[in-house]
Design a protein. Sequence first.
Length: 120
Amino acid sequence: MKNKMNKKGSLEIVGLILLIIVISIFFIYNITYAFTSGNETITIKEKWVKYKNQDAKYLVSSTDDQVFQITDTWVRWRFDSSNLYAKLEVNNTYHIKTQGWRFPPLSDYKNILEADCNEK
């Protein structure tokens, strides 16, 4: 009887440790994604909206076949993703400021925070 209780207690401890590890990875991923930034110059090849349930994700692709998302972000206090998406025009070149990186398993893309048109 005592042996069964020890096994059950050990499994609970292992489960708790695994849960803590998973939560830690989640927070580390989100924090590093939020504070990773870069600058690029891209030409917009295509724009589209990807729907999932009630949510929409604004996406653009560049002529060098990179895909970027345009989403609001609390960390950077940016809440005008719809306006930025509407401003971008296909075949125009933009100097963009990005946040994050491309991570296919989670369908994460670099997030465009700002875009300045370089040429028409």
